[in-house]
Structure formats: C-alpha cells, structure tokens
Design a binder for this molecule. Sequence first.
Ligand code: AMP
Length: 502
Amino acid sequence: MANHLYDALFGRHERSAADFLILPDGSRLSHAAFGAMAARYASALRGAGLEPGDRVALQMDKSPDMLAVIAGAIQAGVVFLPLNTAYTPAEVGYFVADAGARLLLCDGRSEALLAPVATTAGARLATVNADGSGSFAEAARAAAPGPAVARGPEDLAALLYTSGTTGRSKGAMMSHANLLSNAKVLVDFWRFTDRDVLLHALPIFHTHGLFVATNVALLAGCPMIFLPKFDADQVIRFLPEATAMMGVPTFYTRLIEDPRLTRDLVAKVRLFISGSAPLLAETHRQWEARTGHRILERYGMTETNMNTSNPYEGERRPGTVGFPLPGVELKVCDGEGREVQRGQIGTIEVRGPNVFKGYWMMPEKTAEELHADGFFITGDLGFVDADGYVTIVGRGKDLIITGGFNVYPKEVELAIDALPGVLESAVIAAPHPDFGEGVVAVIVAEAGATLDEATIRASLSETLATFKQPKVVAFRASLPRNTMGKVQKAVLRDEFRDIFAS
Ligand code: AMP
C-alpha cells in the first residue's frame, strides 16, 4: 500500500546496505538497519494504541533512535510533533494538550518532570534515550516490524510548532506532499546525489535539521555524519569527510574564529548552505577568504519549508536570499495586500506546494495568514531587486515606527556593523513618550576593540537620516540568541522597555 512520504524517503532504501548514518564514534548505520529500527518503532506505536492520524509528541535528544521514531511514525501514519529540548515541562504540557497527543516520548532523565504534565494532558509517557535504551525503545525492540500504512499526499505527516516569539506558538500542519515536494526541489536545486556526505550538526526538532537536511539526504540517498549538536571540535574533525554542510549563521561565525579552518580542511566539500537567520555579508566574505567557498544562503520557515535560494551556479549574492525556488511564487505586498513595485519594501507572501495546510485547531488564525488563493503572509519584510534577488529586511513585528516614520532595523544594523570595531548589533524599538517608539541599538564590540557612544553616534550621523539614528546606544558582550541562531529581539525589547520612560 502506498505511503506517500515513507515510500520516497525510506521505503526504497529498505534493503540497501549503504551507509545512512555516520556517528561521532565512527560507527555506521546502514539504510537497511535504520529501516528495521523504524519499522519496529512503527509497530510499537501501533502497539501503544495509536491509530493513523493520532499524534505522538517527542522531546528527545538528537539520536538515531529519535530519527527512527519519526520514520516509524510516518510509516504508521501517526502525526509526529518534535519539540525543542529547551522547552520547560509547562511548555511541553501545552503542546501535548494542544495537539491532543496520545503519547509523549522523552529521555529517561526528564521522565519524572514530565509525568505530571503528561497526566494532565491525558497522554501516556514513555522513554527513548539517545543510547537506544528506555521503556519505549525496549517495546520497539520486542515488536515485529510491519508494513507501512497507506497515506496519501494530503494526509498530515507532522505538526511543527512555530517558535512563538509573539503570542502562543501555533502547530503548523505539514502534509506528506508539503514535505516531499520541497525535498525534491532542494535535491535538484542543490544537486544532491548518493555520492554526497552531508555533515549534520543541526537539531532535528526544527524544520532546518529535519525537513531540509535529513529529507534531502534521504531522498538523495546520501549518508549523513550525524552529530548530536554543533561542537566546533567535532565539526572540524568530520569536515574532511563531508561534501556538504547545512548550518545556521552561528556555525559559520564560530568556525571562522577557529584557526584550524583552512582550505585543506574543506577540500572535499562542494557546498556550504546557510539559513534560519540572516547571514551577515561580512561572514560570507570572511568564509570565502578562508575556504574559497561562497556560502549559499536560502530562506524558509516552519510554515512553508524553503521558499528561496541563491543559485547553485551563478552569483550567490551576500546579504540576499536568492530567488524563489522552482514551484514557489513570491510577491511583496503593502499593508492592504496590494503588490508593490520592484525594489520597494513590503510583506513577503508565498504560494506553492511547500506551503502548509494551516494552523492546528486555529481556523481564524489560519484564515488571517493563509489566503483562500493559497498565498501565505510570511510576516517577513523584504524586497526584490532589479535582478530578482530577494532581500529580507526583518520581521514585520520588528519594524520601528518613530514619529510616524518607518525604520527598518536591518538598515540601521548594517550601518552600525560597518563601523570599525563592531562585531554585530541589534536594533529594536522601545516605547517613547513623544515619538511613539524610539530606536535603540545594542552593540557587541570585536574582541579587543573599545567602542564609545559618542563615536558611534558621530559616524552614524553621516550615513543615516536623523529619525533612523539610535536614541540610545548600549554595549553588551553578546546578543541573546535561540538555538537556531536567531537574535531574540523580544528579550532585548523587554530589557529596554522603560528606557525612555522618564
Ligand atoms: P522558523 O520558522 O523558526 O524557521 O523561522 C523562520 C524565520 O526565520 C523566517 O520567517 C525569517 O524571519 C527567518 N529566516 C530564515 N532564513 C532566513 C535568512 N536566510 N535570512 C533572514 N531571515 C531568515
């Protein structure tokens, strides 16, 4: 019986002795061995009473077993929701209850903490540890593998909760066709084949590590060097074996700081890809100077998978996210939903087979953001230049309106980042009694550099209109970031909320 996603990603490798996972200790797991693990997890899910369409939540450390649970869920037609390992038990409880998950799988060490929230949410709790032990892992080992359950392209595969920087996070419903269509486009566009070896150091609870990196490797039939997390030592150890790496910008900035990063180290690599947060043009240039490689930057989000990419051949333009991927339509609209002229900033909307089915149990929220004509309002502000390259200037909610003028934080950040001695910056709004909002700049200095407010202000007054210039300049040792490398502007907004109060 056909299972749209399972057949394409896992089914066709079921008997393959080729390597699928290369683990940090050097051991290898073949596709066939992994497939057998997944099939046992599928049986264990059925054994736990989960029917096709039921939900299983997982908050687990990244491991082959976690991936096998996910593959098993797809095989059994069970909708999976992978949860960030940083979520507190109260947050996990919210997701389990919201999704109506019947089963919550976790690591043994969080079992006691999660037991009360699982009970309140009406879910069973069982354990799978990264080393393959745990109550559910044992149940899977004892189970007989069964066939894949029939699932069509429009059936739900996963609920992926958005990072929820504004309001409660929402469950994005991803269908089998959403995930498979995007993986197919990416394999072609980035030229992945079974001769590749993908270095995988991303988490697999997020779209980047799970649906971009893992699905691309599975579809291309190439092995992954599967690291539990980003660790510069391990990445440097394995880079000589890799032909491709996908990372968030912080992977690249951390590696640049390491003297072991040389052209020789990456001699076998054909492609470095970055996404999930903006890659500074400066990082792009430094990486090229050190390795000879131009990082390929792409743009996507939980609800849409990948939308745009810089070209494989042709100019990879720093500071841009490239062109809409094949099959993806992209337009930039004003506040009334009218398309603006090329070069003008507006809200990015996208349509295509990659776009999700809506937010779980939130029909009103879905209707607000996903139009009947299929266009999804991403909430990202950006523009398309004369050559068709897309540039993201920030999230709509980060836009600053001061004295009635729009200030795009990215423009101010770029001006600040270009000043000598500045490593990076974040520009935010704080409530202001006269202007409505006032511009605040938080700056991190390069190692060894000393910066002062007066010099920064004097330099910016030469490049930025007065209303764009920060009214407050603060210095910090680092910017708050989440695990995907995104600067947490909400944390900064909280910190500076009262700065103009008196
Ligand atoms: P998430 O749903 O966690 O994947 O976050 C998606 C958001 O990350 C997007 O809506 C963008 O705001 C941001 N993002 C992803 N890739 C890029 C990129 N290459 N440049 C700038 N922002 C990005």
